[in-house]
Design a binder for this molecule. Structure first.
Ligand SMILES: *Cc1c(COP(=O)(O)O)cnc(C)c1O
Length: 521
């Protein structure tokens, strides 16, 4: 047997590490009961690479050199690959089925986006490269900024926030800076409608504001009179979502903007639902001052894929002088990266220049659709949601009846009354039928809310299959077959998890030879 320079046998017949026989793929059904941790598959004796021994001169490390073994799991390349592929098969994903999670907008991620993001000129550059060597990437950021400002009719955009919530914070920081500069720093209250996403009050509170709730009308929208009643000289801004989290367009948004401005406050718009109106309505025309755009919702970039997401925030002319750095602009020598701006600009809110891979994907989506194609995608998203609403509303209760929805259809759980089946049980039963559950218990203004968002790219066949399953489940619940629901999911790799315990006391560190309690099922 030949040995390599580490004294390990090479070639055919290399021993397989112990432990690998503990798991098998069951008849190709991707049921993989107990995928072990990397540390449980690997051991210290095996390695995917062979490196020559290095004589380390500890004198450079000031006595901080490692004394014990590094204790990493040793695995071969195929073992590592299979481990991660097996894990990936435990996931439900937008690439494996419909993902009707309302508010989250789980759009198809076009493969063209992925192809563009992998071009070496975008994928292999470094943020510390000289600006003259990354002109193409900066021009792409400039073009993306142009599209975002054009689609929203706004004066400036900060591309760098890493998520919608981060964009919210950047926008609200600009509002705060503008008010401080105008001697209005005493404004300490932010108005937030009751139906708002939790990130809105969280952002306001994080920046030191107190939150004043604005009640919703019986039809799920915000009354301009309720806003006027809540306005006072200490109000800094309103944070309003439009279309709102009930999937409804706020019909009095222009009057609300006028009332807010009249009172000397700013209008922050939560733009998470921009996908319903892009190319159709420009939020700047409605009077907004700042709005974040979740590229992973509206412009089809993966949620959390390839690192953090991107949540650019657009700003009105009044807020543009306060935009955070860095930003790009056309200069005499090409596209410039402005990292130290004069005047009142806020400093950085992220390291470097933001999430380049997401910028490429979002601009690819925009360019491949064109302006008219984006408007079509918004209209198709609204059509798909209304199709689901029309097919389901005879059986599923609708909290705000009598009006069409925008890009998502909101139902409540009153149809389950007396069945012994909860909203959660119903959602878990959907898993057994091959669908990711819809958003549950949000928005909070609706008891037992079920928020369904199909997005524009689902076919009529898929929508029909989903509706058929929903109707069949509702019928079964009403027929008294509660056991099917309370025991669901049966066809998933895991049953019901103790989510509270997982969040409160997560086990984040693997300890060798310590028998950790199994995650609760
Ligand atoms: C998703 C969402 C947010 C937060 O966006 P993230 O990108 O998840 O940080 C804020 N508001 C609404 C209405 C949302 O749906």
């Amino acid at each position: 047997m030949s040995m390599n320079n580490q004294g390990r046998p090479t070639g055919v017949g290399t021993p397989v590490p112990a432990g690998t026989s503990d798991f098998t793929s069951v008849s190709g059904s991707s049921l993989l009961p107990n995928e072990p941790l990397l540390f449980e598959i690997g051991d210290r004796e095996h390695s995917g690479v062979d490196l020559p021994d290095v004589a380390i001169d500890g004198s450079f490390l000031g006595g901080f050199e490692r004394k014990s073994e590094i204790d990493l799991a040793g695995l071969t390349e195929p073992e590592t690959l299979r481990h991660y592929v097996r894990l990936s098969r435990l996931n439900y994903s937008i690439d494996s089925g419909m993902y009707p999670l309302g508010s989250c907008t789980m759009k198809h991620n076009p493969r063209l986006n992925e192809k563009m993001a992998r071009l070496p000129g975008f994928a292999d550059i470094h943020p510390l490269q000289p600006v003259s060597t990354v002109q193409g990437a900066l021009a792409l950021m400039d073009e993306l900024a142009h599209w975002l400002m054009t689609l929203t009719n706004t004066a400036a955009v900060c591309l760098t926030p890493k998520a919608g919530a981060h964009g919210e914070m950047a926008g609200m920081m600009a509002i705060k800076a503008a008010q401080d500069a105008a001697g209005q720093g005493h404004r300490k209250v932010v108005l937030v409608p009751e139906s708002a996403h939790g990130t809105n009050p969280a952002t306001a509170a994080f920046l030191g504001y107190s939150v004043r709730a604005v009640p919703a009308r019986d039809d799920g929208t915000v009354d301009v009179e309720a806003v006027k009643a809540a306005l006072s000289p200490d109000v800094a801004a309103i944070m309003l979502t439009n279309p709102n989290t009930c999937g409804l367009f706020e019909p009095e948004v222009i009057e609300i903007a006028a009332a807010v401005h009249e009172a000397g406050a700013f209008f922050y718009c939560d733009g998470a639902n921009f996908n319903a109106i892009m190319g159709v309505v420009r939020p700047g025309d409605l009077g907004i001052d700042a709005m974040h755009i979740n590229l992973h919702k509206t412009f089809s970039t993966p949620h959390g894929g390839g690192g953090p997401g991107a949540g650019p925030v657009v700003l009105s002319a009044a807020l543009a002088p306060f935009a955070p750095v860095p930003f790009v602009r056309k200069g005499s020598g090409g596209t410039e990266l402005v990292e130290h701006a004069e005047g009142q600009h806020l400093g950085r809110i992220t390291a470097f220049n933001g999430q380049m891979g997401m910028y490429v994907r979002a601009l690819t989506y925009m360019l491949s659709h064109g302006g008219d194609g984006l408007a079509q995608a918004a209209k198709d998203a609204v059509l798909n949601a209304n199709y689901i609403k029309a097919r389901l509303e005879r059986v599923f209760s609708v909290p705000f009846p009598g009006q069409p929805c925008m890009h998502e259809a909101l139902f409540d759980d009153s149809f389950l009354e007396g069945t012994g089946v909860s909203t959660l049980d119903f959602a878990k039963a959907l898993i057994d039928e091959g669908f990711h559950p819809m958003t549950m218990y949000f928005p909070l203004v609706v008891h037992g809310a079920m928020l369904v968002e199909p997005t524009e790219s689902e076919s009529k066949q898929t929508l029909d299959r989903f509706c058929d399953v929903m109707l069949e489940l509702a019928e079964d619940a009403k027929a008294g077959n509660a056991a099917r629901f309370t025991s669901a999911p049966l066809n998933a790799p895991r049953r019901r998890l103790d989510e509270t315990r997982a969040a409160r006391s997560p086990v984040l560190k693997w300890e060798r030879q310590e028998l950790l309690p199994q995650a609760a099922e």
